[in-house]
Design a protein around this ligand. Structure first.
Ligand code: GDP
Ligand code: IMO
Ligand code: MG
Length: 457
């Protein structure tokens, strides 16, 4: 059994969202956790394929269908739609143990996983030693800086795995799983070098280190391959032949544009191109094929981990938003930092990701706040900044300029039409559109599929 259809998913939502007949990317425009999982799940039934292009199990995409909640880390959020093919593209870094765990958990909840899941043979593998390296690096750097972990990674081995991909001789790819001799040889080589590096790092952190045993890793990986093997294929070829057959592709971004390794708030970012720019390298589908980019935006700002956040709040309003919005991480359970919506950052990320429409999420969380602030400019050392700055030191020390709008009292989780929203909520939305220059095509008023307001544009 695969989860139920939902009345609001049976009709063709795409024209109301301004989505044309081409392919579409769903991309976070803040620091993650904007609600990408909900939107992908909502739209998946209208696309033949849902394709992850970046990141790994650092992502936590929650999907709610009726009363059932699913926390997806690696498996695309299209998996709850019965006729959708779900693809992990070459740009994803895959922890095979986590993937098998996720498959088993989903099967345990009655979700069918078989021919509907494909894994790129060109994707890279995350091993336990990557996770150890991730944690030790953050600790070693923090110790050297005499303070808290500077990036505060999810500890899922993402940075070390992408670093090994760039190093090449330290990398192991999904395709290697299909050739036991190659796998054994690579694991032997790589683990020897890793043990040297990790034991030095551990001793710098004053921690004991038990070297990894290549044979155990090999044996465990061969076991996991029994589950994963049938899903492995050349996904770039699959995507191009699907396009040729007239199928439509929905690309699911993990993480978000302000966490993009090139365009985000570097170095407080993740290790992949999580903006829409990563779709092409991460799947093998070229840029001109993707004509729609749905930018997913929370109605306020959140961030997990370290790094600058110009509109951050540390007061009772932040606590209220955190509690009402349940702002605790899907992957690590960490409390998310909370702030007012930052339109300077949003205009920047909407441009970088080429957003053609915005889905405004968690709007219901703002109900009851007497006033809503919205950041429309930055000043630094007395001067107005024209652009979103690259320098984290500037981002940390600038002064956000706020406009204050009247809040809306009334709860909106039962609103289903744009006209049903309170006038002050509509004014908030209009201000976003005016500043960013991209239409808000969807307003989400709760986690469930049906708690969605479409805007005909
Ligand atoms: P993602 O990483 O972008 O997929 O987002 P997460 O799943 O990590 O975090 C978004 C959270 O907000 C999840 O718990 C969703 O179930 C929930 N959510 C999504 N849309 C809405 C909404 O409109 N209102 C409320 N209250 N919750 C929402
Ligand atoms: P989704 O897909 C929120 C953050 C981490 C950390 C930084 C680097 O659920 O929106 P990493 O483990 O990737 O090296 O951590 O990036 N981060 C996320 N924050 N949502 C995410 O994904 C994130 N993925 C990474 O908290 O600050
Ligand atoms: Mg998340």
């Amino acid at each position: 059994m695969t989860p139920q259809t939902d009345p609001c998913c049976e009709s063709d939502l795409l024209p109301s969202l301004g989505v044309d007949h081409g392919h579409c990317a769903v991309v976070g425009l803040q620091w993650g956790d904007e609600g990408k999982g909900k939107v992908v799940d909502l739209l998946a039934g209208q696309f033949g394929l849902v394709v992850r292009y970046n990141g790994g199990a650092n992502a936590g995409h929650s999907v709610q269908v009726g009363d059932q909640r699913y926390a997806l880390h690696l498996i695309p959020s299209g998996v709850l739609s019965p006729n959708t093919l779900n693809v992990l593209g070459n740009g994803v870094v895959i922890d095979p143990a986590q993937l098998v765990k996720e498959i088993n958990e989903l099967r345990g909840k009655g979700v069918a996983i078989g021919d509907n899941l494909r894994i790129s043979d060109r994707a890279h593998l995350v091993f336990e030693y990557h996770k150890t390296q991730d944690v030790l690096y953050d600790q070693a750097i923090a110790a050297a800086m005499g303070g808290a972990a500077p990036i505060g990674t999810t500890g899922r081995g993402i940075g070390p795995c992408y670093a090994d991909k760039a190093l090449r001789s330290m990398a192991i790819r999904v395709g290697d799983l299909l050739h036991e001799e190659t796998l054994l040889d690579k694991i032997g080589r790589v683990v020897t070098v890793k043990n040297t590096v990790l034991s030095a790092l551990a001793s710098q952190c004053g921690q004991p280190f038990e070297p990894f045993d290549p044979e155990t890793i090999f044996r465990d990986t061969v076991e996991l391959t029994k589950v994963l093997g049938p899903h492995i294929c050349d996904t770039a070829e699959l995507l191009h032949s699907s396009i040729a057959d007239g199928k439509r592709l929905l690309f699911e971004g993990a993480n978000a544009t302000l966490l993009d390794i090139d365009h985000g708030t570097y170095p407080f970012v993740t290790s992949s191109n999580c903006s829409s720019l990563g779709v092409h390298t991460g799947t093998g589908v070229p840029g001109h094929k993707v004509s729609n980019v749905l930018g997913i935006v929370k109605a306020y700002q959140t961030r997990v981990g370290g790094g600058p956040m110009p509109t951050e709040l540390n007061d009772a309003t932040a606590d209220r938003i955190r509690e009402v919005g349940k702002e605790y991480g899907t992957t690590t359970g960490r409390a998310r930092r909370v702030g007012w919506l930052d339109l300077v950052a949003l205009k920047y990320t909407a441009t970088i990701s080429g957003a053609t429409g915005i889905a405004l999420m968690l709007m219901d969380v703002l109900a009851g706040l007497p006033e809503l602030k919205i950041c429309t400019g930055y000043t630094h050392e007395g001067k107005a900044l024209k652009n979103f700055p690259a320098d984290p030191g500037v981002l940390d020390n600038l002064t956000p300029e706020y406009e204050t709008l009247d809040g809306f009292e009334q709860a909106i989780e039962d609103c289903r039409r744009f006209d049903d929203l309170p006038e002050n909520a509509k004014a908030y939305i209009a201000r976003i559109e005016q500043h960013v220059g991209v239409p808000v095509v969807m307003v989400s008023v709760g986690p469930r599929r049906d708690q969605t307001v479409l805007r005909d544009v």
